[in-house]
Design a protein around this ligand. Structure first.
Ligand SMILES: NC(=O)c1ccc[n+]([C@@H]2O[C@H](COP(=O)([O-])OP(=O)(O)OC[C@H]3O[C@@H](n4cnc5c(N)ncnc54)[C@H](OP(=O)(O)O)[C@@H]3O)[C@@H](O)[C@H]2O)c1
Length: 290
């Protein structure tokens, strides 16, 4: 009987229980996936009890979401390379008696990306990432791992400089920072044609209920070649994606990444390969893998 769950606050509309229930059924495993909604004033006590349950086999796996992705790092015994590099934990599991903090967002992003746009694999593109928060870190890490040049555009430039310093300090690569207003400039390096550009929205701009907003000017300038990925998955078709397609660029939304990161977490907990539960997870939320 697998006891799994999600720690965060608030947790109102999480898709995780539906995804993991579908995975448990597909794998023929008995189990449950609970929501542990922990208000900040209770976090010390409840987190320490939950991690104790994990360490002693009373709970078998946990996901972590906002606002505890960074905070939980201080409570684990070991961090994986991805968690340390992204500076955030979204998955907890046990190895022996040690609680491991992992991050499946970066790999989840890359796994979906290379299926949506097979041309990214094994070739050099330029990554242009909008936003400098937790999700942007996972995306930047994934792209630096491919050896791509990466640019970040952020509303708070100081947050972007922190992100760049974090990756530089770990020897993971150099990130170029630009102000948010640079989106509208037509003479910027990422719009030159020498490399295809992957333009990624890692901000919540365009997310329900503000789905009329877009993080990129609809009239452009758009890269002459490349692709667009929006981490927002509600709505599934954002204005950003629609405008990119009108500009002739292939575009994909973030539901695939959400499902991949969940399937990879499920693999950590159960040793059932992510690939083998992906279809069932997708079906449960109306998503078809490419
Ligand atoms: N598909 C997936 O699996 C997946 C996984 C993780 C996250 N996400 C999505 O990715 C988005 C970002 O999540 P996160 O965890 O990175 O959040 P976060 O840590 O709060 O970071 C959000 C970033 O977006 C910027 N931002 C917010 N509103 C903005 C605006 N109006 N204009 C310009 N920049 C703005 C923030 O800048 P400020 O600091 O200036 O506000 C910050 O840099 C969310 O929509 C989330 O649902 C999707």
């Amino acid at each position: 009987m697998y006891r799994l769950g999600l720690i965060g606050y608030p947790l109102g509309h999480s898709l995780s229980p539906v995804l993991h229930q579908a995975a448990l059924e597909e794998a023929g495993l008995e189990g449950e996936y609970r929501l542990y909604e922990i208000p900040p004033q209770e976090v010390e006590d409840r987190l320490s009890r939950l991690l104790d349950d994990l360490r002693h086999g009373r709970v078998h796996g946990l996901n972590v979401t906002i606002p505890y992705k960074q905070r939980v790092m201080a409570w684990v015994d070991v961090l994986t390379h991805a968690a340390r590099a992204c500076g955030a934990v979204n998955t907890l599991y046990v190895e022996g008696e040690r609680v491991v903090g992992d991050n499946t967002d970066a790999l989840g992003f890359w796994e979906d990306l290379r299926r949506c746009f097979p041309a990214v694999q094994g070739s050099r593109w330029r990554g242009v990432v909008l936003g400098a928060g937790g999700a942007a870190r996972a995306v930047v890490y994934a792209l630096l791992q491919q050896g791509w040049p990466v640019h970040v555009l952020a509303r708070r430039v100081e947050q972007a400089h922190e992100l760049a310093a974090h990756f530089r300090a770990q020897g993971l690569g150099t990130v170029q920072i630009h102000p948010w207003e640079a989106r509208a400039h037509s003479k910027v390096p990422w719009l030159q044609a020498e490399l295809p550009v992957l333009l990624v929205n890692a901000t919540p701009v365009g997310m329900h209920p503000h789905s009329q907003a877009s993080p990129w000017p609809e009239e452009g300038p758009w890269p002459p070649r490349g692709a667009v990925y929006d981490l927002v998955y509600n709505p599934r078709e954002t204005r950003f994606l629609q405008a990119a397609r009108r500009a002739g660029l292939p575009a994909a939304g973030g539901l695939g990444m959400l499902i991949w990161q969940a399937a990879l977490a499920f693999e950590r907990w159960t040793q059932v390969p992510a690939q083998s539960v992906l279809l069932a997870m997708g079906k449960a939320v109306g998503w078809v893998p490419r």
